[in-house]
Write a protein that binds this ligand. Structure first.
Ligand code: SF4
Length: 429
């Protein structure tokens, strides 16, 4: 592992908690002080602190965390749930697995504080079944927290009660979508539901439900414990705190890095990842399979929500996959389209048929059987998926297609049977 943040500036203190996921070790380094502090104050004060810190959802949508907490809180009194989305199906992303297997108590503490804020008595952690080690570690952590009075009835003598169960997913990427996840826990097919109503009003079994990603919830204890001012100082004026980056591909040091917002993608690759392993940098996929493919000249963009949005870059789950010049953009895109075709639930036509047609064209291109007109059709299918698909899977499935067509169209055209016809157009453009 390359560069690590100083513990004083780190939300996750990855170096400190790499090998010792015990409750005693976690408490030795200040663990559960944030929960004790939260329970002494009001739920509103907890939401206020998280709001002042400017925490945004780390699962991809970047929705303000305090606003979501408040929406659940504002429902009429009654049953509510807190769900941790630990499905982590985005290829190339392994941050949530790391948190669960190495810092499980930070996640449990974050969930418990969130539950206190929204007055929930029951929580679930939805963990994909491909993560048996994470499931086992979380089960042991829950048992240890219960035994220590940090979960269950009357937590720390406060009168507040909350408990957590593990729910194992069955391997569907789509269950990372929050309404599909709810259906899955309810024992139904893991398919997305129409929104509104949003889960904050009508979630699990029709009750108000807070759903957050592992990384988002694990940000809460340091915010409550160390304060919003400390947290805001870690990032930029636009994006506060840090982001876990799953760095993979053709870099010298692949791994998980905690990176302050404001760091450029070039710095992530060079300073954290030790630079390109061999050859020359050709492209970088940012945001996982549902993210974009960008050329090297876009890498001076800072890791920041507004700057990335202006350039059409999706931070997403924080996956950064580096490609050297030996790689084919088309083969990379084909893998992503095949992946989404396999994971699509088939409920809506733009996604089901769009991916099928996009896959056919990409495979034809790689087999030398496509024409320039096919590329125009590919662009149309992509736009239709992005604009008309029912859920985020279909909407985001076109991101790698549209970005690679924008930046690497020459590679597409070079594979066409009638590619010579493209040359005059380029010369006069
Ligand atoms: S966009 Fe795809 S995954 Fe989502 S509902 Fe439509 S077919 Fe299913």
């Amino acid at each position: 592992m390359g560069t690590q943040l100083d513990n004083a500036k780190s939300v996750f203190r990855l170096g400190l908690f790499r090998e010792f996921p015990t409750l005693m070790h976690y408490r030795d380094f200040g663990g559960y002080q944030a929960l004790a502090k939260a329970l002494l104050g009001s739920p509103g004060a907890v939401i206020g602190e998280i709001g002042a810190a400017g925490l945004r959802g780390r699962g991809g949508a970047a929705f303000p965390a305090a606003a979501k907490l408040q929406m659940v809180r504002d429902n009429p009194p009654g049953e509510r749930y807190v769900i941790c989305n630990a499905d982590e199906g985005e290829p190339g992303t392994f941050k949530d697995r790391f948190i669960m297997t190495h810092i499980p108590f930070q996640l449990l503490e974050g969930m418990t504080i969130a539950a206190y804020a929204v007055a929930a008595a029951q929580g679930f952690i939805y963990i994909r079944h491909e993560y048996p080690e994470a499931q086992e570690t979380m089960r042991r952590a829950i048992a240890a927290a219960r035994a220590a009075g940090l979960l269950g009835s009357d937590i720390l003598g406060s009168g507040f009660s909350f408990d957590i169960e593990i729910f194992s997913g069955a391997g569907s990427y789509l269950c990372g979508e929050e309404t599909a996840l709810l259906s899955s826990i309810e024992g139904k097919k893991g398919r997305p539901r129409l929104k509104p109503p949003y889960p904050t009003q009508s979630g699990l079994w029709g009750k108000p439900t807070l759903i957050n990603n592992v990384e988002t919830l694990a940000n809460i204890p340091p915010i409550v414990g160390r304060g919003a001012d400390w947290y805001r100082a870690l990032g930029t004026a636009d994006s506060h705190g840090t982001k876990l980056i799953s760095l993979s591909g053709d870099v010298a040091s692949r791994g998980l890095y905690e990176v302050p917002f404001g760091t450029t993608f070039r710095e992530i690759i060079d300073n954290y990842g030790g630079g390109i392993k061999q050859g020359r940098l050709k492209a970088v996929n940012i945001g996982g399979a549902s993210g974009v493919v960008v050329p090297p000249w876009e890498l001076d963009c800072p890791l920041e929500y507004s700057a990335c949005s202006q350039r059409g870059i999706t931070i997403g789950s924080g996956a950064v996959f580096v490609m050297d010049d030996s790689r084919s953009i088309l083969e990379n895109v084909r893998n992503r389209v095949d992946f989404f075709l396999h994971e699509s639930c088939g409920k809506c036509t733009p996604c089901r048929e769009g991916l099928r047609q996009a896959g056919r064209i990409i495979h034809n291109l790689l087999d030398g059987a496509a024409t320039l007109a096919d590329i125009d059709n590919l662009e149309r299918y992509t736009r239709t998926m992005q604009n008309a698909a029912f859920c985020g899977l279909g909407q985001a499935a076109g991101n790698s297609l549209s970005s690679s067509l924008k930046y690497f169209r020459g590679e597409y055209e070079a594979l066409c049977r009638d590619r010579d016809q493209a040359a005059p157009k380029e010369a006069t453009a």
